[in-house]
Design a protein around this ligand. Structure first.
Ligand code: FAD
Length: 504
């Protein structure tokens, strides 16, 4: 199969977590039932990580590709809508900001909105940047609706994602996939057999003794990377120098005020790492991401439990990882998707997006005619730069902060970050400019929200802002704010929107 002109007839996906079933669902939909055979192997005894419940707006595209009825999907996964992430205590204890999905204000005369805001803020004349974001204002008021067809109104541009129950999501996609011809096999893989000729994967062996052959293998076995690392010894690039958190504990609970259904994720910085709160229809997802070097598991459980609004519904679910990525996500006839390919850390909810993006790349470079090294190299190069940019964005949260109240935060303050990130920070600090490559996942709005939110203050702003006099800028800013406030008022409460559209 190393040469061209060898058609892929059988795809074997090992692992039935979110990565395995997202991959199976897309392959079944896009390649169709006439393509060949798709088989997924999962082990009930091993189970899944059972986390990964907050998403970013790109997932709506994934749903559209699958042709999923969004309300039905939210009903079945007990999901809610998400307009952004609130970061609490990240800049300093007592500080907070929203990273909203969607723009702040509207650009004027080809200059980005935030430059006008920076000028007026330096004069002390305006409310915080957040007041100019419909997503942030609506989120804080607990309101949500999908975008409306209303021309220039900000209500036409509502950008949203979801929170959902990870186990129900995998179940949902499993039903979707098996209905479209994916063969599911329950069993534990105990061996991976390589071909002598070229080192490609020939087959996998189950505990039952069954041997399953394939042409293309997708490794979705989670952190262990049973095929990509266990069998192919691909190697790993370690990023723990910049991202020291290596552990998490998750414990769901019931909501204290179910009527106050927040349409956003909350991330609260702790003395070591941070905790998350993800509101679902039937429960709250809580977790604590920390560094085992600076905090014990018992302390993590104790801190998380104290912060939770109700008793835990289950025993602590501990997770361990090393931040970083495989040297090659695609090696020979094996592609690692999901945690087996690498993990940055969950701070900006990028895990499921990276799965979606890996699947999209695989579809774009699919080896219809057999394996070609140039496809493989392209895939690996694209994956590497994608993940490096995401890493920079996440490291930004840890690096740019006034917190120095623990050894953990002092480590973050002093750690060396990439030249790319340093340059971005310096550019913004100098004159409020934000530079990003087109291939980066996070857009200018996101960089602005986090750089501003974490406390960076530019010395200047775009000089063309001075073409307008201050009264005119003030008038325009007031108008934008008033449109946003009025738009938010017309949005229903998130809870009511869910009750009306997305409940059984
Ligand atoms: P897993 O869920 O571990 O699935 C592995 C599968 O492989 C399982 O089915 C298992 O049974 C199977 N398997 C393993 N070994 C064998 C074997 N020998 N034989 C047969 N089967 C086997 N992402 C987000 O987008 N948003 C978030 O909010 C978010 N939060 C996270 C929080 C934490 C603490 C962590 C660790 C991750 C988070 N992620 C998040 C990432 C997200 O959870 C994962 O990307 C996603 O769940 C995919 O996991 P997976 O399918 O790769 O692995």
């Amino acid at each position: 199969m190393s040469a061209k002109n060898n058609h892929i007839k059988k795809i074997v996906i090992v692992g039935g977590g979110t990565a395995g079933w997202m991959t199976a669902a897309t392959l079944a939909k896009v390649l169709g039932q006439n393509y060949g055979e798709i088989q997924l192997i999962e082990s009930d005894a091993i189970g899944t990580v059972s986390v990964g419940e907050a998403t970013i707006p790109q997932i709506t595209l994934f749903n559209r590709i699958l042709g999923i009825d969004e309300n039905d999907f939210i009903k079945k996964t007990k999901g809610t809508f998400k307009l952004g992430i609130e970061f609490i205590d990240w800049t300093k204890k007592g500080g907070g900001y929203m990273h909203p999905f969607g723009n702040h204000g509207k650009g004027m005369d080809a200059i980005q909105f935030h430059h006008y805001w920076l000028k007026m803020n330096q004069l002390g004349a305006v409310p915080d940047l957040e007041a100019y974001s419909l997503a942030a204002v609506a989120a804080r008021q607990g309101r949500f609706m999908r975008p409306q067809n209303m021309g220039n109104s900000p209500l036409s541009e509502i950008n949203y994602a979801f929170h959902f129950d990870a186990t129900l999501y995998a179940d949902y996609l499993r039903d979707y996939s098996t209905a479209r011809g994916v063969k599911r096999t329950e069993g534990k893989v105990v061996d991976v057999l390589l071909r002598n000729s070229d080192g490609f994967i020939d087959s996998i062996k189950l505990e039952s003794g069954e041997r399953i052959e394939g042409d293309l293998f997708v490794d979705c076995t989670g952190f262990k990377g049973l095929l990509i690392e266990g069998a192919l010894k691909t190697g790993f690039i370690d990023w723990s120098d910049e991202l020291p958190c290596d552990s998490a504990v998750a414990m769901p609970c019931m909501a204290k005020e179910p009527e106050n259904l927040k349409p956003f994720t909350q991330s609260t910085a702790q003395k070591v790492g941070w905790t998350w709160r993800i509101p679902l229809q039937h429960r709250i997802g809580n977790g604590y991401v920390y560094s085992s070097k600076y905090l014990s598991d018992d302390e993590a459980v104790s801190i998380l439990t104290k912060q939770m609004e109700n008793e835990p519904l289950s025993k602590p679910n501990f997770l361990r990882w090393k931040t970083g990525m495989r040297k090659q996500g695609w090696n020979k006839n094996c592609i690692a998707i999901g945690l087996s390919a690498g993990f940055v850390e969950p701070l900006e909810s990028t895990g499921l997006h990276l799965i979606q993006s890996a699947i999209a790349k695989l579809m774009g470079l699919f080896p219809h005619q057999g394996f070609d090294q140039i496809d493989i190299d392209t895939y690996n190069q694209q994956s590497k730069s994608e993940l490096e940019y995401i890493k920079d964005f996440i490291v930004l949260h840890y690096k740019v902060t006034d917190r120095d109240d623990s050894e953990f935060w002092r480590f973050c303050r002093d750690m060396k970050v990439s030249d790319r990130l340093q340059a971005k920070i310096a550019l913004y600090q100098s004159n409020g400019r934000i530079y990003r490559e087109n291939v980066e996942l996070f857009n200018e709005t996101s960089w602005l929200a986090v750089m501003h939110g974490q406390g960076l203050q530019p010395k200047g702003y775009h000089p063309l802002v001075d073409v307008l006099d201050e009264d005119e800028i003030q008038r325009r800013l007031d108008h934008i704010k008033s449109v946003i406030d009025k738009s938010a008022e017309t949005m229903p409460l998130h809870k009511d929107y869910i009750t009306k559209n997305c409940q059984e």
